[in-house]
Write a protein that binds this ligand. Structure first.
Ligand code: PXP
Length: 236
């Protein structure tokens, strides 16, 4: 299982003062030096954390893989095609949300998303769709020609009882199996941390996890490099 690190929160901290520090690009380099296999950032329509310059600098300087989380809007699609990340992860985006709050409804927007997937793939960008672990959405992701899915693990991470957590874990497990049987690559992310990663690690079929908040939060106390290494030790 590979680890890709979402560095949006570094930019959130920078935006709190509106200056240049802390720099998410430097953070990406430290993550890579510590062993992370990919860097994830979300260029939001409102640019509340990562901005266009960050994206450009990340593209120019990271040595692993760039995963651009993005809403399927005309403006951001154009930027993705100019930037050429290795992977574009399409996510739903609502302005008022604190963070991404659920998976894409691929079934409902099949035709539209099919066109977006093709457009990005025509520019050699692989496309992943961030979806809830629901069979209909996985089928739809396959039908629109996505390369991968990212399973939304938020319900698992936020489960309030052991029983609920077990149910949510089973959903993630079934989704991973189904997607890999359909030939889709499988990533997972949202709300994963140093405690809840272990059961996820046991699931065969999940190729990569995308983790942001837990690692950046831990980095405040132990430093970014150590926070990344500790997560890698758990995952491997
Ligand atoms: N994957 C996606 C699609 C996300 O939107 C986010 C949050 O930005 C993450 C993974 C990472 O979630 P977290 O910050 O909770 O680790």
């Amino acid at each position: 299982m590979r680890l890709a690190i979402n560095i949006d929160h570094i930019a959130t901290l920078r935006e709190a003062r509106g200056g240049l520090e802390p720099d998410p690009v430097t953070a990406a380099h430290i993550c890579e030096l510590a062993g992370a296999e990919g860097i994830v950032c979300h260029l939001r329509e409102d640019r509340r954390h990562i901005n266009d310059r960050d994206l450009r600098l990340l593209r120019e300087s990271i040595k692993t893989k760039l995963d651009l989380e993005m809403a399927a809007t005309e403006e951001i699609i154009k930027i993705a095609i100019e930037t050429l990340p290795e992977l574009a992860t399409l996510v739903p985006e609502r302005r008022q949300e604190l963070t991404t709050e659920g998976g894409l409804d691929v079934r409902r927007h099949k035709h539209f998303l099919g066109d977006v997937v093709k457009d990005l793939q025509n520019h050699e960008i692989e496309v992943s769709l961030f979806i809830d672990p629901v069979p209909e959405q996985i089928e739809a992701a396959r039908a629109v020609g996505a390369n991968k899915i990212e399973i939304h693990t938020g319900e698992y991470a936020n489960a309030h009882s052991e029983r609920d957590q077990k149910t949510q874990l089973e959903n993630v497990h079934r989704a991973a199996l189904m997607a890999s049987e359909l030939g889709l690559g499988v990533n997972a992310g949202h709300g994963l941390n140093y405690l809840n990663i272990l059961p996820i690690k046991q699931i065969r079929g999940i190729d990569e996890v995308s983790i942001g908040h837990a690692i950046i939060s831990r980095a405040i106390f132990v430093g970014l490099e150590r926070a990344v290494r500790e997560m890698l030790e758990l995952i491997r």
